[in-house]
Write a protein that binds this ligand. Structure first.
Ligand code: GDP
Length: 446
């Protein structure tokens, strides 16, 4: 999948990675090519433009990591941005809201998009992976063959389908499915709505009526990934008229241009939940932005290389910090950094628990009642100091202490406690440094 985009982009980056130092102009030229590649992959113009702009902003501001070329670093940034664009803020796309049984799932989409196939694939997944009892119903009253197709698939995967009753309207079928699902003790019932070749008034009207009588927990739009930009237009239209909770992109096993996946999230704001990867009933996967980005870019080696180099850089920084601590150069800025780290890592107690030989300190902390709120106030105190004072807190006179405490809305005694803690920690760091303890400790903290 995505061969085209991947090939085009790797051509661009091959040229980039071979050069030594990169100028702004080089980055610009390369990103112009990225933009063309994206457009040729059927990514919509605003999305491509936005994408390139974000990559450029990041590439310009980023510190150069030793041992990778700037070009390789750009590849990494493009990769991260691809993931970001594809993912949005959806945490777990594969998780369907199917609590409170029987939960209705409405399947919508154009004819031929793979809607019926996807309905069955999803039913199978719910049954096999989640142990759910699923009922499927086809509402495609215009095409008896479509209703039969769902029935056949149901038998094949061992999922029940609602018996076909001739002459019913889609809304009547939906009502019957709802009743049957309740009476039959099903966890989920899936409604495979009628498709059309194009979106028309009647189709939308019908889907809206079905929606209103069943109140679906999920409304999944099935779109053909091969149709590129059209897929995005279809999604926008369906979402405006019916409201969808997610998209399933089918035919992602084909040699499509991949642009649909990239534009889909950005344009519609709707998460891609699943991708169809073939005609077989198990050819459905949860949408994984990392994976799709990797396939689009096709440069996993470089991404891994840069990640490694960045880790090395962080380790180098930690090492430098450690050397300073060992020399007794633990100042208020360092303390502040540590405090911020503590909040990030789940509070003082959590952090102390991770350090060897810190049991005693942990006890002190517990006795002093240090929680995140206290830590936040200590950070505020440090912020009220001047640069000079932070580097060398010994110079603090009584009058300054008063001002600093006031500035942070606290008492001088609070500040004294903080200063005492700083002294204790600085001493401890120095001692530990001598015994090689520090290295062990920092290793655990990073
Ligand atoms: P519907 O009209 O939207 O219900 O479409 P169908 O479910 O009948 O699918 C139309 C055709 O597309 C069938 O031949 C399916 O086997 C095929 N199809 C569906 N999903 C995929 C997919 O992810 N990959 C491939 N290669 N074919 C698919």
């Amino acid at each position: 999948m995505f061969e085209n985009l991947s090939e085009r982009l790797s051509g661009v980056f091959d040229r980039l990675t071979k050069q030594g130092a990169l100028s702004d102009e080089d980055v610009k030229t390369a990103l112009r090519e990225v933009r063309v590649a994206l457009l040729e992959a059927d990514v919509s113009l605003p999305v491509a433009r936005d994408f390139v702009k974000r990559v450029q902003d990041k590439a310009t501001g980023q510190a150069v990591t030793k041992s990778v070329t700037p070009g390789q670093q750009v590849v990494k940034i493009v990769h991260d941005e691809l993931v970001h664009t594809l993912a949005g803020d959806t945490e777990d796309p594969g998780k369907l809201r199917i609590d409170s049984p029987p939960a209705p799932i409405l399947m919508v989409g154009l004819q031929g998009s793979g809607k019926t196939t996807t309905t069955a694939k999803l039913a199978k997944r719910l049954k096999d992976r989640d142990g759910k009892r699923v009922l499927m119903a086809s509402l495609d009253t215009n095409r008896p063959a479509a209703m039969e197709q769902l029935q056949i698939l149901g038998v094949q995967i061992g999922v029940d389908t609602l018996p076909i009753v001739k002459g019913e309207t889609p809304v009547q079928i939906a009502r019957r499915a709802k009743t049957q699902a309740s009476l039959g003790g099903y966890d989920v019932y899936m409604l495979d709505t009628a498709g059309r070749l194009h979106i028309d008034q009647e189709l939308i009207q019908q889907a809206a009526e079905v929606r209103d009588v069943t109140n679906p927990r999920e409304t999944l739009l099935v779109v053909d990934g091969l149709t590129g930009q059209d897929a995005v237009n279809v999604a926008t239209e369906f979402d405006d008229k019916i409201g969808v909770t997610g998209v399933v992109l089918t035919r992602m096993d084909g040699d499509g241009r991949g642009g649909a996946a990239l534009s889909m999230r950005a344009v519609t704001g709707k998460p891609i939940r699943f991708v169809g990867l073939g005609e077989k009933m198990d050819a459905l996967e949860t949408f994984e932005p990392e994976r799709i980005a990797g396939r689009i870019l096709g440069m996993g080696d470089i991404v891994a290389l840069v990640e490694k180099a960045q880790q090395t850089l962080e380790a180098e920084q930690a090492e430098r910090m450690m050397k300073r601590f060992q020399k007794g150069q633990f100042n208020m800025n360092d303390l502040r950094q540590q405090l911020e780290q503590m909040i990030k890592m789940g509070g003082m107690e959590g952090l102390m628990g991770m350090m060897p030989g810190m049991g005693k300190m942990q006890k002190q902390v517990a006795e002093a009642g240090m929680d995140d709120k206290v830590i936040t106030r200590q950070i505020a105190l440090i912020q009220s100091m001047t640069k000079k004072e932070r580097a060398n807190p010994q110079i603090l006179q009584a009058s300054r202490k008063k001002r600093i405490a006031q500035g942070a809305g606290m008492e001088v005694s609070d500040l004294n406690k903080l200063l005492k803690m700083h002294r204790q920690m600085a001493d401890m760091m120095k001692k530990m440094g001598k015994g090689g303890m520090m290295k062990k400790m920092m290793g655990q903290m990073m």
